[in-house]
Ligand binder design. Structure first.
Ligand code: NAG
Length: 406
């Protein structure tokens, strides 16, 4: 027998794995904020610095960073006044800083935001240190039909870091209630992604909580060189379409040490993803780790060089999944799922080249996204269904090079 999926409870690995995960999380936090050369707290304790900041920008002879505190740009932080323009102003100042900039969102406060786009290119590197909470307006009419898909967007920034241990709260309840998945009488409309990164290079997002997004929690699109680490993403298991992390058209991405509990995919890996390494991630509830769906509406998809390592899934509908529509083209290749532990997962291992999630059934078509060189290695745990492995391959472009091993 080449695989180790069993339907007997098998919990031996859990305690040690969890201990390891939390321990490394603590070390990460203790190690501080990464690339910066001086710490935010030591800079902002100086009175002269505060005076300089009142003028809108400050620079320090002694330090290599300039700090931009959100409160200096007119933000209230009371959770009810609209702080969108204040954040946009603070971003503009930080982005124009010739020295490495820190945009500091103070702790203990809630900043209410509508749709906000924070764009580069910036003069130097920017670190957004979020200590408090950014909370989305609960009023859906604050979003126009032209852009219902975004809430906070970072666009075209090189060397952006977002960190600080604070919270991004999508305040999604009213969006969920009005989702066609929850109320079938309503039309299907899009809802915002809480945190989007578009065309960013050398991006780090670390040590953040993202909760109750309106729809997808975090989206990485058209980015290169991305590290996501120490993220905690949480929404109810019943919330519709609330993917954890969505990755598309991006290269050289690492996701480590994250905990993702939502109502949809833990990670959704879409077309254009190349060289992605995921490790030490805990998922569930939700729909598990999914590559695809690819090839929708006869589109071309290219996914390659994906390693999913040391991931645990609790009670998710899928474990390791690849799904493609008939009629697509391109490939999903060189994919490894290894060292995974799954507890009460419905479909632990699934490749479906005949995937269809449309109102009308999908027609049989001869072209398909080619699925090849997929390794499932050292995957163990328990299932709640009879079949631990489901392979539904295309009649015309059958998947090949699929291996399951110890
Ligand atoms: C494969 O998928 C197609 C389309 O969803 C379905 O009709 C068929 O029953 C599946 N085959 C197996 C063996 O599950």
């Amino acid at each position: 027998m080449a695989y180790q999926i069993t339907n007997k409870p098998q919990l031996v690995l859990w305690p040690s794995l969890l201990t390891l995960l939390f321990l490394s999380g603590a070390l990460e936090a203790a190690a501080g904020t990464g690339t910066s050369t001086s710490s935010v707290s030591s800079i902002s304790s100086s009175a002269t610095d505060d005076a300089a900041a009142a003028t809108g920008r400050r620079s320090l002879a002694a330090a290599s960073q300039s700090v931009f505190r959100l409160d200096r740009y007119g933000a209230c932080g009371d959770g009810s006044h609209d702080d969108t323009q204040a954040l946009a102003r603070a971003w503009k100042a930080a982005c124009a800083s010739p020295r490495p900039a820190v945009l500091l969102v103070p702790g203990g406060k809630r900043y209410l935001l509508k749709l906000v786009s924070l764009s580069g290119p910036c003069k130097s590197s920017v670190m957004v240190t979020l200590k408090g909470t950014l909370v989305a307006s609960p009023d859906r009419s604050d979003w126009s039909d032209e852009d219902r898909r975004h809430w906070i967007v970072f666009r075209q920034v090189d060397r952006l870091t977002v960190n600080g241990g604070g919270t991004v709260d999508g305040n999604g309840e009213t969006w969920w209630k009005n989702s066609c998945k929850i109320n079938k009488a309503l039309p299907c409309k899009e809802a915002p992604t809480a945190l989007s990164f578009h065309y960013c290079t050398s991006l780090r997002v670390q040590d953040l909580k993202i909760v109750n997004s309106q729809q997808i929690h975090m989206s990485i699109e058209d980015c290169t060189g991305v590290q996501l680490t120490g993220l905690s993403i949480t929404a109810p298991g019943t919330s519709p379409n609330t993917d954890g992390i969505h990755i598309t058209h991006s290269n050289d991405v690492q996701v480590t040490n994250c905990k993702i509990k939502t109502g949809d995919d833990c990670l959704s890996i879409e077309s254009g993803t190349n060289n992605l390494h995921v490790s030490q991630v805990v998922c569930g509830p939700g729909h598990g780790i999914s590559i695809g769906s690819l090839g929708d509406d006869n589109s071309r998809a290219e996914v390659s060089g994906i390693t999913i390592d040391s991931v645990q899934l609790y009670g998710t509908t899928n474990g390791a999944r690849i799904k493609t529509y008939q009629g697509g083209s391109g490939y999903a290749k060189d994919i490894t799922f290894q060292n995974m532990v799954m507890y009460n997962v419905a479909n632990p291992i699934i490749i479906d080249q005949n995937y269809c999630d449309k109102a009308t059934p999908c027609e049989a078509q001869e072209s398909a996204v080619e699925v090849s060189n997929v390794v499932f290695k050292n995957i163990k745990g328990t299932t709640v269904t009879k079949d631990a492995i489901k392979l539904n391959c295309s009649m015309h472009v059958p998947c090949h090079g699929i291996t399951a091993e110890h």
